[in-house]
Every structure is written in C-alpha cells, then in structure tokens.
Design a protein around this ligand. Sequence first.
Ligand SMILES: O=C(O)CCC(=O)C(=O)O
Length: 271
Amino acid sequence: MKVALIQLAYGDDESVADRTARVVDLVLAQEGHDLVVLPELWPAGGFDYRAWDERAEPVDGPVARALAAAAREARVTLHGGSIVERATPTDGDGHGLWNTSLVFSPAGELVATYRKIHRFGFGEGEPKLMDPGADLVVIDVPVASAGPRASVAVGLSTCYDLRFPELYRALLDRGAEVFVIPAAWPAKRVAHWTLLGQARAVEDQCVVIQCNTAGTHAGHEMGGRSQVVDAQGVVLATAGHHEEVLSVEFDPAETHAWRGAFPVLADRRLR
Ligand SMILES: O=C(O)CCC(=O)C(=O)O
C-alpha cells in the first residue's frame, strides 16, 4: 500500500481559497498512491478558534468539492484531513459545529465522515465551540498494488483522540488494520505525538499513519514530525519540522503475519 502524507505548513496570512488551491495541487502531484492524507482543520486553522464559525461549511461545501475533484483527478483515496463542519439543518442541540474528517474515493465520492470524539481545549476551543462526535468509523480503502479486489480496513480518529487508547481498541475490534490520524499537534508536545503513535501501533498491532501540521498559526507553533509506524512499532518514515510530503510503501500482509507470529491480542481478558 502506497501512502502520501501531506504535512502542510500555513500561517495567518493565507486565505482559505488560496490554501485550498495549494492543497489541490499537492494532492494532484500524489497520483500513483493508494491513499493521500491531509492534516486536521487545515482550511479553518487548527488553533484559529476565532475564525472557525466564519469558515465552517457543510460536508458538501466548497472545500469538500475541491477535494472530491482532486481525488477523482489523481485517482487516489483522499483523506482530506478535517473541516469545521456546520450541519444543515443543525442536527443536535449543541453548537452545530463539528471537527469532521472527510474521505473521498478515487471516483471522487464522499465515502466516509468522522466527527472527532475527544475535543481538545480543556473548556476553551473545541469543547466550547464544537459538539463531540459519537460514532466509530472503519472504512475499506482499496489497494491497487495488491490486486483489483484488495483493500485494507482503516480506522479514523483525529489528533487529541490519540491520547485515548480505548478508542483504538474499539476500532481494532471493528476490524481496523490501519489507523489514520490527521492532526494540528503543537511543537511543544510533539514528543507525545511520536511516542503515542508508536504505542498505538505496538499495543493494537496496527499500522499507524499520522499526518501533522507544520508552520505557525494563531500564535501556535505546530510540531510536524508526521510518521508512519508499522504493526511491530517500527517507524517506516518520519517528516521534519517544515512542510513536506512523506511517501511510504508498506505491505498490509505483514500486519497479519505479525499478529499470527506474536498473537498477544488473543490474550486480552478485559473487554
Ligand atoms: O493532545 C495534545 O497535546 C494536542 C491535541 C490537539 O492539539 C488537538 O487535538 O487539536
């Protein structure tokens, strides 16, 4: 399976339209990959709380349409990172905004959405402005290099979710072989990002794909250090601190071989 992680850098001075055009060009350049991944909240700004309401859009809004067209043209499954979703009409009695990941098929169809379950901010930011997601999402992503019918089961989560191992056990129990985690994770705690990604890979025997943000926006320096970790905990690739595209290939069959050779998951006693 060939994956590309677009570790996007942005500051405060780029319009959403300009950033979207730049992202589309980056996605188009990844033709030949099975899966392309973007970071969390790149259109609205991961920490740009004050702009979230104005930049919120539905899951078929302008950013989503641009990403759908890019996925179709590049013929890739595109995890478009996340947007600030405004549901129309508002379903629920909260804020009406969610931190929502969007996944598009190589045909450009929206095949999955995932609303971030654990909101980051300790009473500010997400808990103050957004509603929490409630649904676990695992999707089949086609792997062209492994034959026309081959696919892998990919569990979705977002940024701060990484701190909650029970979520990943639940995704594992729904068949996940790979976890994809877009983020806007700050530089000052990037060591946790690296360590927890490796921990999730080892404890759940899954491949972990972590796509972070770079640059500085809204006064927050982002950590970069996107990584892909295999099911044995081996780091297959790591990005640096700046904007970068990480292209990584791994064999999903190795995950199953490892689970068979070291069947620790069969010894679980608390469920
Ligand atoms: O958990 C952390 O340290 C960072 C989380 C975060 O920035 C987020 O979820 O947006």
